[in-house]
Ligand binder design. Structure first.
Ligand code: ASP
Length: 375
C-alpha cells in the first residue's frame, strides 16, 4: 500500500499536493487563470486530435529487479505495438482499427500474456480471452477460453460484427473462429519457455502437480528445475499479470477499447476473467471515455470496473480522477484487488492508473512523440 502511495505521489505530484494542501479556491483560481491565458491547446477535429495508449499488464515485485536487457526488450515491443496503432490513426483510420492493430502486435509478441506467450491453465492448455468495444455505438463483444485463434482480438471483433452476441466461449467460439476463416495455430505456437517456467513456479508454490508440456512444445531446455527463464540475456522475469490492451480516440473523436489475455497462470480450466467481459475488462463510450484494464479479473468483474470508470467520465469526471477512484480507492478496498487501467477521454491526453508496483504502457497523441513506460 505504501509503495502504491509512493508511486502515486511520484506520478501525480500535483494531484497529490493539491489534495493535501491547496484549498479548493486556489485550484479554481489557477484553472481560470490557465484558461484565460489560453494555456489549453486549441481543439483539433475530433476534440484534441487522435490519441492512443496501450498496456502490457501490471507487474509485481519482480519489477524491482528487472535488468536493463529485459527492460529494453519490453520497451521495444511496446513501441512497436504503439506505432502500429498510431499508424492507423495517422491515416485517419478508426479508433477500433487502431486499438485492434496495436493489440494484434502484442498478441504476436511472446513477451506478453496474450496470444503467443499466453499463460497456462492448470492442465497446460492456453485458454485465451479477449474483447473489443466501440464507443460510437457501444457495440462490442468478447471471446473466452479460446485455444487456437492466433489473434483472439480479431475473433472478438468477428463476434461483434457477425453475430448478435456479446460473448462466446470455448469450443463453440473455437469453431466460429475456424468457420470465419481466422488464422488458427496449434498449442505449440502459443507455448513459450518463459511463460512455462512461470507456470511451473505457480504450480509448485500452490502445491499442485506440474502437467506434461503441451504436445508439440519444444523439449525442456537443460536447466535445473526452477532455473531461470530468460528474456534475451536478462535475468528471470515473471510478472503475475501480462494482459495487453489499447484505448484509442480517432480524428473523428470516436473512442474504442480492446483487451486480450491468457488469463492468470495456473487457473483452473474453464475459469474466465474480466478481459472478455464488456464493462469489466474493456469499455468504451464516446460520451465518456474508453478503458482497458489489467489485474486480478475477479475484482474487476465484481466492481464492473471499466464500466464504472466510463460512467464517471460520462457524468463529467476527468479520466484521471475517475480511474484513480476505482484503482486507488474501490479496488484496494477489496482485499486482493490489484491492477490498473488505461483511459482515453473525448479530449486531452490518455492517462493510466495502477495500484501495482508497475504497469507496462505507452502512449502517443497527434503531433506528439511516443512515450513508453517500462518501470
Ligand atoms: N485480468 C486478467 C484476468 O484476470 C489477468 C491480467 O490482467 O493479467 O484474466
Amino acid at each position: 500500500m505504501w509503495v502504491a502511495r509512493k508511486i502515486f505521489h511520484r506520478r501525480y505530484p500535483v494531484i497529490d499536493a493539491h489534495r493535501q494542501i491547496l484549498p479548493a479556491c486556489v485550484v479554481l483560481a489557477l484553472a481560470v487563470a490557465c484558461c484565460a491565458a489560453g494555456a489549453q491547446a486549441p481543439a483539433k477535429s475530433g476534440a484534441d486530435g487522435w490519441a492512443i495508449e496501450i498496456h502490457g499488464g501490471a507487474g509485481e515485485a519482480e519489477w524491482l529487479s528487472m535488468d536493463q536487457p529485459t527492460a529494453n526488450a519490453y520497451r521495444g515491443s511496446l513501441g512497436k505495438a504503439l506505432a502500429a496503432g498510431a499508424a492507423v490513426l495517422e491515416k485517419h483510420g478508426t479508433a477500433m482499427d487502431a486499438a485492434e492493430a496495436a493489440v494484434e502486435v502484442l498478441e504476436d509478441d511472446p513477451l506478453f500474456n496474450a496470444g503467443r506467450g499466453a499463460a497456462f491453465a492448470a492442465d497446460a492448455s492456453n485458454e485465451m480471452d479477449a474483447s473489443i468495444m466501440n464507443g460510437a455505438d457501444r457495440a462490442g463483444a468478447g471471446v473466452a477460453s479460446v485455444h487456437y485463434t492466433r489473434h483472439p482480438i480479431q475473433l472478438a471483433r468477428a463476434v461483434m460484427e457477425h453475430t448478435p452476441y456479446v460473448l462466446m466461449a470455448g469450443p463453440g467460439a473455437d469453431a466460429f473462429s475456424k468457420q470465419h476463416g481466422l488464422e488458427q495455430e496449434p498449442p505449440s505456437y502459443f507455448f513459450t519457455e518463459m511463460r512455462w517456467k512461470e507456470f511451473e513456479d505457480v504450480m509448485r508454490k500452490s502445491g499442485r502437480a506440474i502437467p506434461p508440456r503441451p504436445e508439440g512444445a519444444p523439449a525442456a531446455p537443460a536447466t535445473k528445475p526452477g532455473g531461470s527463464a530468460r528474456v534475451g540475456d536478462g535475468i528471470q522475469f515473471s510478472h503475475a499479470f501480462g494482459t495487453v490492451g489499447a484505448v484509442a480516440r480517432d480524428s473523428e473523436g470516436h473512442l474504442a477499447a480492446a483487451t486480450s489475455t491468457g488469463g492468470m497462470q495456473g487457473k483452473l480450466p474453464g475459469r474466465i476473467g474480466d478481459s472478455p467481459i464488456l464493462g469489466a475488462g474493456t469499455y468504451a463510450d464516446d460520451r465518456g471515455c474508453a478503458v482497458s484494464g489489467t489485474g486480478v479479473g475477479e475484482y474487476f468483474i465484481r466492481l464492473s470496473l471499466t464500466h464504472t470508470v466510463g460512467e464517471l467520465c460520462r457524468q463529467g469526471k476527468m479520466p484521471q480522477e475517475a480511474a484513480d477512484q476505482l484503482i486507488h480507492r474501490d479496488l484496494p478496498a477489496l482485499p486482493g484487488g490489484e491492477g490498473g487501467v488505461i483511459v482515453v477521454g473525448r479530449t486531452g491526453l490518455p492517462i493510466w492508473s495502477n495500484n501495482t508496483i508497475g504497469m507496462f504502457h505507452a502512449r502517443q497523441v497527434e503531433g506528439g512523440k511516443a512515450e513508453v513506460w517500462v518501470k
